[in-house]
Design a protein. Sequence first.
Length: 501
Amino acid sequence: MPGAQDMPNSGRARSNHIILLSVLTGFALSIAASCRANKSAGGDEYVQTTAELAEEIPPPQDLLRTQYEAELAEAYPSDALPATATRSFELRAAPTTIPRDDGPPLEVWAYNGQVPGPVLRVRLGEELQVRLINELPQPTTIHWHGVRVPNAMDGVPGVTQDPVQPGESFTYTFVPKDAGTFWFHPHVRGAEQVERGLYGVLIVEDATPLPYSREEVWVLDDWRLGNDGLIDPHFVTRHDLAHDGRWGQRITVNGETELRVPASPGERIRLRLANTSNGRVYSLDFGALAPSVIAVDGMYTGGPLPMTGFDLAPGNRLDLDITVPLGSEGFSYQIVDRFTRRPHVVARIQVSGTPIETPAFDSPTNPNMPVWEGAPDQPLDVTWVLNARRGGERGIEWTINDRVWSEHEPTELEAGRWTRLQFRNDSARLHPMHMHGQFFKVIARNGEPVDEPYFRDTVLLRRRESVDVAMVPLDWGRWLMHCHILEHADSGMVTEIVVGE
């Protein structure tokens, strides 16, 4: 989702960073000198050099990391709230047939017979229990994308659980730590199972929801259909691997082409967007509606942001605050995807009826977004190089540090320690990189500092681009990090992060 919000830090900010380092270093030296002076009182005189003092205090980088960690501690919680109630759901994954608004019925795999699957809702502080029943011809799991779950609930076969075999069931139980817009999907043969229709949205409501006129959930997907009108059964093809994954010719919102949404003048709508496509990226233009972005990947931003410049890559979510203008009766607002050279109308908001009073309240924000001033100047801890190589069943393998998943070496991160990491895309293809179990903040692109006032769990890298991110890993366990172009992931672009002591 790079774009207009990536504002370079000013030279003044860097100057402030240098001043801060000097102050911290001088303060630490003064404390050490004072301690030595007290120790020598009443005994033999002891004179310690500045060099000796410096050996006993943390380097400036460590002092800054400590400051960054303290900033993160105010931004979101390390632990879930005690459960106040339990909400239970059942998801039955099975083949079915669904109607189409633009053609004959479509044979799909679905949760509870619908695509997208049902929207699951819980309130912050409530426990979620979901029983998955597998009636598919393949093993499956559910991954809770963006949710900081206990590691055993992350839904990754061979890492956090065994796959759920056909005819079996598994119950996921956890208390979400964060309110926001999340989604769920399989992590077994994802390029096929997600494309066939297995995905849905999880909404964790605020403890006290804001009084919007109403809320909308839009799930974006695209479908590659054959000449027979059915889902093209050729998955993870060489063509997909040589490009940006599987892109379909039929774009839908909530399963419909050019979704039509009625609205009244004056309505204030919270619109939750989720991109569940295998590979397609969206750049949505709302025209005169001019929504504000209030949350990215489920987490509130530091303040309302203009929509301009935001991309919605596979796995990304955006929450928008939209007010339908008074006097717009009879208007039809087109929402157009402009990521490619060919624009696509994905939805229309059609205004009619009697105007209503617009609810008046401040947009929700995260007032404790860390600044992490000077972060791009800190030493790199980890670099992940993204590229392709010849090999594998289809002749192309996508790699991280020249290794596919079967060869990967886990990256070990210390829990609670501020860490700077870099994604370096040496390829000519797109890569939305997704991290399980953690949030991060983009701090630089192509070596230039940026200030994004929001967290992410998925960041899009364009061709030959590098992106530096910073994070404080809080959630212990073994977590995947992978490209969310599912064909790239299925062909090897996956590694593991181990968070612990």
